[in-house]
Design a protein around this ligand. Structure first.
Ligand code: SF4
Ligand code: SF4
Length: 174
């Protein structure tokens, strides 16, 4: 993909998204009616979600002209009348919302872990089988690797290797 003479290669990121979407589809099948994510349910579309550069540039450049609605100050800028206006390019965190997410103890001490799950979906479920949880540390490791590769590809690794972007910054990205 070319933009103002700059070539963006999102192939590795799109592969990651496809794998993640396949996992999400299988979890949706497994949990069935307990997954209540529907159009216009947008309580998880809050402001303040931060993105790796590859995620931010993908939203910016894989769709047509962006329309940041900003209609509700308490919501993500891409939420438009309850719908995600960048749905096809939404970032990793948005794709995993609604499913049980496992976060392991980052210190590695004792193997402590935390599972988070949307309370609208899992009102009565107390335990989640280990094979039916998204291990977010693994997902984020893969995403970090893809991001490093993307930054090298665009020649901005040193400049942006520690950067994260807010949704609000995406419309102004070049
Ligand atoms: S990008 Fe879309 S799905 Fe993600 S928080 Fe914003 S409106 Fe919601
Ligand atoms: S994760 Fe929860 S708040 Fe978000 S769309 Fe699904 S049910 Fe609604």
């Amino acid at each position: 993909m070319k933009h103002r003479g700059m070539t963006f290669n999102f192939g590795h990121y799109e592969n990651l998204l496809q794998s993640l979407d396949a996992i999400c589809r299988s979890l949706a099948d497994y949990y069935g009616a307990e997954i209540r994510c529907r159009e216009a349910c947008a309580s998880c579309c809050i402001p303040g979600i931060s993105l790796f550069p590859v995620e931010a540039w993908y939203i910016k450049h894989s769709l047509g002209p962006l329309q940041a609605s900003g209609r509700s100050s308490g919501s993500c800028i891409f939420l438009d009348h309850g719908l995600c206006s960048v749905y096809r390019a939404r970032p990793v965190l948005c794709r995993t919302q609604g499913f049980p997410l496992l976060y392991r103890d980052e210190t590695g001490a004792g193997g402590a872990a935390e599972i988070s799950a949307c309370e609208i979906n899992f009102t009565g479920v107390k335990e989640f089988p280990i094979g039916h949880i998204i291990e977010m540390d693994k997902v984020n490791l893969s995403l970090a690797a893809v991001n490093i590769r993307f930054l090298h590809d665009i020649g901005r690794y040193e400049e942006l290797k520690n950067s994260r972007f807010a949704m609000e910054e995406i419309p102004a990205l070049e």
